[in-house]
Design a protein around this ligand. Sequence first.
Ligand code: NAD
Length: 695
Amino acid sequence: MSVTGYARHGDVAVITMDNPPVNGLSQALRHGVLAGMQRAQDDSQVRAIVIVGSANGFSGGADIREFGTSLAAAEPTLRTLIRELDDCEKPVIAAIGTIAMGGGLELALGCHYRLAAHGARIAFPEVKLGLLPGAGGTQRLPRLIGLKLALAMIVSGRTVAADELARTRLFDRVVAGDLLTAARAFAAEIAPARPLPRARDLNVEPVSDAKFAEMAAHCDSAPVADLPAPQACIEALHAALGDFDEGLVLERKLFTRLMQSPESAALRYAFFAERAAAKIPDLPATTPVREIRTAGVIGGGTMGRGIAMAFANAGIEVKILDTSEAALRDGFASVSSIYAGAVQKGKLSAEEKSARTARISGTLAAEDLARADIVVEAVFEDLDVKRQVFETLDRVAKPGAILATNTSTLNVDRIANFTARPADVVGTHFFSPAHVMRLLEIVRGAATSKEVLASVLQLAKRLNKVAVVAGVCEGFIGNRMLRPYLRQAELLLLEGCLPHEVDAAVERWGMAMGPFRVSDLAGTDVSGLIRKRQYLEQPERPRSLIADRLVELGRFGQKSGKGYYLYPAGGREAVSDTDVERLILELAKSAGLVRRAISATEIVERLIFALVNEGAKILAEGIALRASDIDVVYLTGYGFPARRGGPMFYADTIGLNTVLAAMHGFAANPASDPGSWTPAALLVTLAAAGKALTR
Ligand code: NAD
């Protein structure tokens, strides 16, 4: 099937791009557009050429299916096509409906005129993949909208409404009604006078270096700020002040450099990893899904209220069930203050706040959940409480309702068996704060039906979450890997480190927060309760001496003003505490350890390789479907640095043999819990075969 069309309407040639799903600029499409243009040039009847997209928009940019294949660089490349458009002697008009992103926008910038439909959106999202627009975007955009706006768009990767740019040279017209009709009318209107308006012929309004530096400093590149791409975007945009062709050469040089950078490789890997995570091999696209219109949440605590907001934000009505008026009141007060904060920061309109708040109601009667299409339980992490909740749910929920548990560690199969309908039970493990964090670990129980799984995967998209499916085991993917990570963190304290040294080492390496700041944030009492149960269930399990002692001392972390650190005046700033230092020294002594200086490299390797080893076991057991799923969990739920692509990808980057050699070294140190460094069989096999986890 052809991905481009050609038609002549009087003296206007119309080239249509139609390459589902988003008009990716595949080689076939590029070839089709070029062929259409040549045909129009050769036809003496044609006076103007219109390029238009499909119902799915003008173009979403590069065709991601071509990434990593020879087709991506095959002629005509996007740059060749744009050069031909730019040089065309007949006027070329881009008619932009819905979206023009990345290369799609560059294609439009290479045309002589541009029309956009009201509501169309444009963006250069390349920076988010560690790249820059590499087909003239950095040189043409500032010539059309000015340096300041171009910097803001390209460095942030932000999507902008065409209407916002209606007054710039970028759009000759922003039109209502049928776009193609408007484009043809426009073609009839444009004067035959030459030369044709070309972005390349325009000059960027000059600015001083100081002014440029100030504009660049104000650009928001938040998620990738510390990576090379934003700086490269700025450098390329600076070149737009000079000669166009020289600017193009620099843009290409920078693009090639970024394309070869490990940071961009990691970001592009993560982009595909997120897409892959949504594909479940035994869940065909035809699997029926259940409609979710209303939801229930049981427990309006930390998680319940966040989950309720996630539903309300997605337009789904939600009822919170708790055990007392006071608990409900607390929940609502917190929801209200979060929404009020968003309004204050200009992130939410007052109307939207009211609409979202109105979607959340509360109840003390379980029977009120009878209408809910899905109920998410977020009560205390205690199997008996969960049992009581699920027995009640089994009684009151309507047939076909999805019964979900937000448990972080308990066995979803056991919870499912508290009901007579285990096929309807699934784990939906949200992360705190649940209305913000993108990750949703979906725990597929032994009995969970395909329909329920498919429905929850679809729901995740509506909630704007990245879903990763995990099998049943203690802690699923994320928290199970955290256990050996935290174990090493504690052992490092006993062997010679202080909390701030461990945190600083991994934070410098890129983790959003070190293990002890995280523990203080989450509450040391929460993990303390989980450990208490685990000590009962697994008496042989090694004790967490320091963590347990902190709980005994009432040092619950930020909420009690002290944990591994002090939090003066109820603030969030972690300050080292000599009491904790004394406690660590005392416990190390009673464990018979002689403390030593430990390098930042050893700290990082012990923590990160502990994740890698457990991840490999999880993969071999089938708890995770693919290594990249594990990486998605760590990137979106645990603050793993995006530029390193996740623990599995990172292990591949440095080489599995390197990881194994380091683990072997750690195992020789009796204080590092040698048993925990027994390498996962999968790591050994892959390394021996020269293979990788993620490829
Ligand atoms: P929480 O203590 O903040 O809130 C629990 C709420 O449940 C309270 O409002 C309580 O009144 C209510 N509740 C208790 N028993 C109930 C019952 N029988 N019926 C109705 N309501 C009841 O707990 P949380 O931190 O929100 O955790 C809830 C669940 O989410 C736990 O399973 C926990 O493991 C899991 N989880 C927590 C986090 C986190 O960071 N806090 C992250 C992921 C998952």
